[in-house]
Design a protein around this ligand. Structure first.
Ligand code: ANZ
Length: 935
């Protein structure tokens, strides 16, 4: 009976669907295990074989945990709001909901062909109103919360208002924008509007003027991680810096907890490092420098010990004091400089070390210790929203300051001893100042910094300060295809919708582009006003600013819906709450999370932030959302190129390309015959522009250059999993993807290699069909057969636990080869192997399991344990003869070499007795039989 994988796979995929085999109960007595893949965004291109790599790994692990007796949650859903669908809608006029639906159906079809054990009953999409209703709800909770730095947690905004009513903002320690001090009286006497402006400084979701990445072509603001080299990541359109009123999330309040939390979680070190770098904690001091005119400027430094080397000061061009201090003489030049800087993004400003730019303001400050006059410059290497937006420049010890001093001819001063205590201390660690120096003694510098801070505090000119690089996250997007922000504006004050009136549904509009006035697409909606009395959305014409008000026209960013989706899977149908408490208490958080490394500082920071916030407000019980995380590597494609002589229709075969002026073009790998040879006919038909191509051949053939690179539709190097499944089966594909190499590594795809894995599965099948039909026998196993089985169990279980799937596949191969050689068809040996292989190749396992007479799915069977007894080496009893006479018996392991036996036997005490002074001539050993000693 042949291994008919196509039928087997179809049959079992249907079986799992109709029996809901992988549906998890909400709560059971069993111990839970939660395995999650990063939320897929269903793009129009469908899946290529690189995409399922992580899903296969997580599926193997989920199935394995089930077989170990855990109650496993392994859900799937779709991150379905986002820019590509909207861009497509703009081009074609089709509603993004429609294209999204088509893409999701395609994804689902492709995924179900791969045999994943997802609990499909929990599926949802971020664009479902029943889901985004809760995203909007969380937004309102953030809006209604502030961060209490004393308690180190978020609290309801009412408690802040209470505190203001009692003591103003004098006693409260809250995360927020710097706010002028006010008393309880002043608070009480403030207007509602004034109060709201103040509260915006503390709310965790707040509105403020922010410099944002503005992309006119896309008509929207982009997050830092959506911008690459001043261009939008999607589409490659230019991005400019612009100041706009935007919603932001006060993630900075959580900087310290986000950093500390990294110690608790089992994530790749590289990922933790990039999060910790992104959070960027620096210790230092804030120091006040008096301006000659009476004003003062605060700087932030991590090296207060170098203060005596300060020879000038630099402000960020956007610093609010610039206008006030610039002298008439320099005003024009300063204004021109500020205009110029607007074009550059923060990243560019920081990374550009070659082009030093700056402008003198005409103003001076006084050195707080020496009283020396220090010129005040503007330069774009100082960022407005980092530290205090101002620095003391120490050109002898800081490379950026050094370049600046050189460019503008400013003094470079090594710290000189004498004078104040700070100076003496500083001098003692002089070598340490040079940030380039290899002999920088960290401990000494630390001590010097500490002492410098003490002196600065004593003198009352500043204090120690911790600074974070992390910025608040801009949250509004001027896009259509996202969650509407559930806010309306009453006389300029942002008011949230009543929670029980959520969701605020995304309205239909005529075009998915900004209005003629440049307002976001939602402003096109005919009914986008909130009637406070009727508590519903009404026609814009009814807007009267008394009862009916305009709703927010922004939508949420892509990361909103993906910041809490793992919680919704615990209890996806709940209409009362985003997740019910019991379900959350049971499932807690994700035990194993698998996904790409590109989410290191976006999704994974935002999700941790929201989770911590929900914990603070007692809606969830854990501090971290993802306990263990693995970044799967990429499967790379093998691209093919043809070389075209520039400006002609002439193409040169790869081996003939020398110094000609050619341009290399990606071509579809489907156009190749075998190896690197081009199918010329197909090529000419592929694109009209190639129809008349003139091909210069090598030995009658045309060859392409190949290159291993990222698999992508745009590089025409994708391999479609559907085709592989059709040809070899999903089980082969699953095992092959794992066999390619360790999960975390990137590795090239090679379709030829798949045959080996396919043959292996056929061999496995044949163990059960040695007579042509299904057949196993009931004989007890030999020691050798048991050893093969138990070795496999031991190794494979250990490898799966370590997520080392490639080595598990090899272990299967070794076991199957050994059993084939032993002609083993014993049930007692083969049956446990079926359970063992089921996580990797679930279809074939189910088919064999059924033939073995089981009625239930193999996924309900418990994984076997290895029995150490069978792993003990076989011991051979050797008769030891002296000149052919049996004298005694000795024991040796079956597989040790004869030379070893020879050495060991001579150490036997009995040998000396029988030698009895005679000389030994020879030892003859017949392996596993006899030892003969010739005297
Ligand atoms: C004097 C000094 C001497 C500095 C020295 C460094 C070395 P991190 O570690 O990244 O926090 N700085 C402060 N605010 C800045 C801003 N808004 N934009 C650009 N640079 C700024 O770096 C902190 C250091 O970066 C600070 O310490 C300051 O330069 C600079 F040998 O002050 B330092």
């Amino acid at each position: 009976m042949e291994y008919d994988f196509n039928n087997i796979e179809r049959y079992w995929q249907k079986y799992w669907k109709t029996h809901q085999t992988f549906q998890a109960d909400d709560i059971t007595e069993k111990i839970k295990y939660y395995v999650l893949d990063m939320f897929p965004y269903p793009s129009g291109a469908g899946l290529h074989i690189g995409h399922p790599l992580g899903y296969i790994a997580s599926d193997i692990y989920a199935r394995h945990k089930r077989a170990e007796g855990y109650h496993v949650l392994h859900p799937i859903g779709f991150d379905s709001f986002g820019l590509p669908a909207e861009q497509y809608a703009i081009q074609t006029g089709q509603h993004p909901a429609k294209t999204t639906e088509i893409n999701i159906q395609r994804y689902k079809e492709q995924l179900s062909k791969l045999g994943f054990s997802f609990d499909w009953s929990r599926e949802f999409r971020t664009s479902d109103p029943s889901y985004y209703r809760w995203t909007q709800w969380i937004f309102i909770q953030l809006f209604n919360s502030w961060y209490d730095q004393e308690a180190q947690r978020a609290r309801p905004i009412e408690s802040l208002i209470e505190a203001f009513e009692k003591n103003g903002n004098q006693t409260i320690k809250a995360a927020g924008t710097t706010t002028n001090p006010f008393t309880a009286e002043e608070w009480k006497n403030s207007t509602k509007a004034k109060k709201e402006i103040i509260l915006q400084n503390y709310r965790l979701a707040f509105r403020s003027k922010a410099t944002v990445n503005w992309c006119p072509e896309l008509g929207t603001v982009l997050a830092n991680d959506e911008v690459k080299d001043r261009k939008s990541e999607r589409g490659g359109y230019p991005v400019y810096q612009k100041e706009m009123v935007q919603w932001s999330m006060r993630i900075t309040a959580y900087a310290e907890r986000l950093l500390k939390g990294l110690d608790e979680i089992d994530w790749p070190e590289a990922l933790k490092e990039s999060q910790s770098y992104w959070i960027g904690k620096s210790f230092g001091a804030r120091i006040r420098f008096e301006l000659t005119k009476g004003n003062s400027i605060e700087i932030f430094t991590t090296r207060p010990d170098t203060i005596f080397g300060t020879t000038f000061m630099v402000l960020a061009p956007e610093h609010p004091i610039v206008n006030q201090i610039t002298t008439a003489e320099h005003r024009l030049a300063v204004e021109a400089y500020i205009e110029e800087i607007k074009k550059r993004s923060e990243l560019e400003r920081l990374s550009d070390v070659k082009n030093v730019s700056g402008q003198f303001t005409g103003a001076y400050t006084l050195h707080p210790f020496t009283g020396k006059k220090l010129p005040l410059y503007l330069s774009d290497y100082v960022l407005a929203n980092y530290g205090t937006g101002a620095i003391m420049a120490v050109p002898a010890h800081d490379s950026r300051d050094h370049r600046f001093a050189k460019r503008f001819g400013l003094e470079i001063l090594e710290v000189i001893s004498g004078g104040s205590d700070v100076q003496t201390e500083a001098h003692e660690t002089k070598e340490g100042y040079c940030i380039h120096s290899d002999f920088l003694n960290k401990l000494e510098v630390k001590v010097a910094i500490k002492k410098a801070i003490e002196k600065i505090e004593e003198k009352g000119i500043g204090q120690g300060m911790i600074n974070y690089r992390l910025r608040d996250a801009v949250f509004s997007r001027q896009r259509y295809w996202g969650e509407p922000i559930p806010i309306y504006y009453k006389k300029g004050i942002a008011v949230p919708l009543p929670e029980q009136k959520l969701p605020l549904l995304l309205p239909d509009i005529d075009k998915y582009i900004p209005t003629e006035e440049g307002e976001p697409p939602l402003r096109r909606a005919k009914a986008w006003a909130w009637d406070e009395k009727q508590q519903k959305v009404v026609n814009n014409e009814l807007m009267d600013e008394i009862q009916v008000f305009l709703l927010d026209t922004n939508t949420m960013p892509g990361w909103a819906g993906s910041s809490w989706y793992f919680l919704r899977y615990m209890n996806p149908k709940n209409e009362e709450r985003f997740v019910n408490q019991q379900a959350e208490n049971y499932w807690q958080n994700v035990d194993l999370y698998i996904g790409g490394a590109e989410h290191a500082t976006g999704h994974l920071l935002y999700a941790r932030f929201w989770h911590k916030f929900l914990k603070d407000r007692d809606w969830v019980s854990t501090e971290e959302p993802f306990k263990k995380l693995i970044n799967q590597g990429m499967i790379l494609g093998n691209s093919a190129f043809v070389a075209r002589v520039n400006g002609t229709k002439k193409f040169i075969s790869a081996g003939l390309v020398k110094n000609q002026d050619v341009q290399e073009l990606h071509i579809d790998i489907q156009l190749l015959k075998h190896g690197d040879e081009l199918d010329v006919e197909k090529f000419k038909k592929w694109r009209p522009e190639f129809a008349e191509a003139e091909l210069i051949l090598e030995g009658g053939k045309f060859f392409c250059r190949r290159k291993v690179e990222k698999m992508s539709k745009s590089k025409y190097n994708v391999i479609n999993p559907d085709e592989i499944c059709e040809k070899y089966g999903a089980d082969t594909l699953r095992m092959y993807e794992m066999f390619l190499g360790s999960l975390e590594q990137s590795k090239p795809w090679n379709t030829q290699g798949i045959i080996g894995v396919h043959q292996f599965l056929r061999k496995f099948w044949r163990l059960f069909h040695s007579t042509g039909v299904f057949h196993t026998d009931q004989e007890p196993p030999t020691a050798e057969e048991s050893k093969v089985l138990h070795q496999a169990i031991k190794k494979i279980r250990k490898d799966i636990e370590n997520l080392s799937f490639n080595t598990s596949v090899s272990a299967f191969m070794i076991a199957v080869n050994a059993l084939t050689a032993l002609k083993c068809c014993k049930r007692i040996i083969l049956e446990p192997l079926v359970i063992l292989i089921a996580p990797f190749a679930p279809h074939i396992a189910e088919a064999l399991w059924q033939r073995l007479g089981h009625e239930d799915s193999v996924s309900l069977a418990r994984i076997p344990n290895h029995d150490p007894q069978h792993l003990v080496e076989e011991i051979i009893e050797y008769p030891v003869m002296f000149n052919g006479k049996l004298r005694f018996k000795a024991h040796f392991q079956a597989n040790i070499p004869t030379t070893e036996i020879e050495q060991q036997i001579l150490k036997y005490p009995k040998i000396q007795d029988y030698l009895n002074g005679k000389t030994l001539k020879k030892i003859i050993i017949i392996p596993k039989k006899v030892i003969n000693i010739v005297l």
